[in-house]
Ligand binder design. Sequence first.
Ligand code: HEC
Length: 154
Amino acid sequence: MTTRLANRWPVYLVVSLLVVITIVFVLEFIASSQGDAAQQAQGSSHSPEQIMQLMEKGDTQRGAALVEQYGCTVCHRLGAANQNIAPPFVGVAERAASRKPTLPAEEYIYESIISPAVFVVEGYNPVMPQNYPERLTDSELGDIIAYLMSPDAN
Ligand code: HEC
């Protein structure tokens, strides 16, 4: 009896190893799928260097047309139709520089478009659409940031 048990120990060893490997595999899988979900929730994300590059390649005139095309100005324009739904684009570059002390203006504007819920300007409701990361291409994003950083923004 003792000899038979003793002979089986390699089998137990292999079975327990398989169990451990399976557990590690499942945990890895769960961790990686959660990572994907977080990535998706954030939408596209760019490094500060990439944001600078997008803006430098951006065209302010195209940006001006895009904020009309994407309906940004429906909320962001000073005047009767706006009813103070959102801060107007006039002077946005200066305000963007001071909204978050640690964030340069162009990065703040980028964050406001890509994840509007992260920082909600005081006195306003978080009604800005969350789907711009899916709708805007990188070059459109660069055009819009360039436009909002320019003195033409209104
Ligand atoms: C449905 C209305 C609405 C639309 C459409 C909209 N926004 Fe906004 N946006 C807001 C509101 C409200 C705020 C202020 C609250 C907040 O911070 O989320 C805001 C904040 C911002 C800010 C920060 C402004 C500041 O003074 O700090 C920027 C930049 C911005 N939006 C850009 C855009 C751009 C670019 C588009 C189009 C691609 C757009 N928004 C479309 C409602 C809107």
